[in-house]
Design a protein around this ligand. Structure first.
Ligand SMILES: *Cc1c(COP(=O)(O)O)cnc(C)c1O
Ligand SMILES: [Zn+2]
Length: 434
């Protein structure tokens, strides 16, 4: 049997053709994951092949996802690929950030350099490709964030109709405006997130709309490319740690799966440890890994954080994420609003910048180093998930000293950088600048 979808539940493991339109196992309701039948004999030549493709201008080779298409061989060929030349995101050293976190060195893998400004593009290119392959005309998601921005762009560029469902009165304007710009039909529903998800599932079946929410196993496959590209950029030197923020936990699931596959194929010789950092007001996975009872997930009913991309109380991919944390010897940390805000300003002061959720990485590193979990001389790659311009209000409020936490509590502008009002007077300005 060739590449297929397999139920993630170890007691079920039902298998489905990759052409079936499914969002969960029909037998047990479990998560689905892609299983690729790798050409093991050929794998020894892939590193060189992938490196050579960087010289090519062919669209698939120019994409930092499809360049690694041997790891994404799920689509019966690649003629339906939808690409905006995603990936190709840099590794950027941050000296001030390393010092702040207590590390000798840190390198940021900045996914904010993607076409719509977040790592969601690495997955969405695969999700949209699957929609085209299935011959579906419409795609939908429930999100006000980076997922809708990304889905709208990939749908628009490939002639799919994007539909975004948003809970009424719960709108992140920076990201929603991208979705409007890319032409997504946007429906505000008088219901909460879970109710809308149920509604959309029914409509998807009835109207033949393809759902591109975060459980979609094709999106997870695409996000594997983030760690593959990172290792290619490091000439396959495996870091000690890969640190990333955790919301729905799809990304950590993708990283872990990709790394295990690379190890299995003999392309790397060890796994890096994965460190997931959650916002303290929205940290059920932090609690879950610490509790003995793994049969019950401690859902947070009212998640709270200004880092909206990780404001998720009921992360769908937690079973996969648990496996990856356990397999890699990983850890889960949490950071509060003040810690995230200050870490974000430090990343900004490196000339790098990121959205608030991304800065949870550095806040988490600082705590892990202080606790002795992470050594100061460790080789650490932190993944910045979103672009600095996703959330300009947050930045302006922080630097002008008026940023307030989810309960209206004032946060301290530890590294504030307020604009100064000056008179229209050269002497006065010269005196000020020294
Ligand atoms: C989606 C998102 C996250 C959370 O990723 P999960 O896969 O849901 O854990 C973090 N940061 C940004 C910027 C995101 O868009
Ligand atoms: Zn199942």
């Amino acid at each position: 049997m060739s590449s297929r979808l397999v139920c993630f539940n170890p007691d079920c493991r039902a298998e489905y053709a990759s052409t079936e339109v499914l969002y969960a196992c029909t037998k047990c309701g479990g998560l689905l994951e892609a299983r690729i039948d790798y050409d093991r004999a050929a794998a020894a030549g892939w590193k060189q092949l992938w490196r050579e493709r960087r010289m090519s201008n062919a669209p698939l080779d120019a994409s930092g996802v499809w360049r690694y298409r041997e790891m994404l061989d799920l689509f019966d060929g690649f003629e339906h690929v939808v690409t905006l030349r995603e990936g190709n995101t840099p590794l950027l050293p941050g000296a001030k950030a390393a010092a702040y976190g207590g590390l000798d060195h840190v390198v940021f893998k900045h996914q904010g350099f993607n076409p719509t400004g977040s790592f969601k593009d690495n997955g969405m290119t695969c999700g949209a490709t699957q929609a085209k392959r299935l011959g579906l005309k419409r795609v939908a998601c429930v999100s006000t964030g980076n997922t809708s921005a990304s889905m709208a762009a990939y749908a628009a560029t490939s002639g799919l109709d994007p539909i975004i469902f948003i809970p009424n009165g719960n709108i992140a304007f920076g990201k929603l405006s991208q979705a409007l710009d890319y032409g997504a039909k946007t429906l505000q529903v008088e219901a909460n997130f879970d109710q809308i998800l149920a509604l959309v599932r029914e409509l998807a079946d009835r109207l033949g709309i393809y759902l591109l929410n975060s459980v979609n196993p094709f999106r997870i496959e695409g996000q594997k490319s983030i760690v593959i590209e990172m290792l290619d950029q490091r000439d396959w030197k495996v870091p000690d740690w890969v640190v990333l923020p955790g919301g729905n936990l799809g990304n950590v699931s993708a990283f872990g799966k990709g790394l295990r596959e690379l190890l299995d194929l003999g392309l790397i010789d060890k796994l890096p440890r994965l460190a997931v950092v959650q916002a303290a007001g929205s940290a059920p996975f932090y609690d879950y890994v610490r509790q003995d009872d793994k049969a019950h997930f401690p859902t947070v009913t009212k998640p709270e954080t200004l880092a909206t991309a990780i404001k998720i109380g009921d992360p769908v991919s937690y079973p996969k994420a648990l496996l990856e944390i356990e397999t890699s010897g990983g850890v889960v940390e949490r950071a509060n609003e003040q810690e995230i805000a200050d870490a974000k300003a430090v990343i900004g002061a490196c000339g790098i910048g990121c959205e608030p959720a991304s800065a949870a990485t550095l806040a988490g590193i600082k705590k892990l180093v202080a606790a002795g979990t992470m050594r100061a001389d460790a080789d650490v790659v932190a993944v910045l998930t979103g672009n600095v311009l996703k959330d300009p209000d947050y930045i302006y409020h922080y630097h002008t000293g008026v940023l307030k936490g989810p309960h209206g509590e004032p946060l301290t502008s530890t590294f504030g950088n307020k604009p100064t009002v000056v008179p229209n007077d050269a002497d006065a300005i010269a005196a000020l600048l020294g």
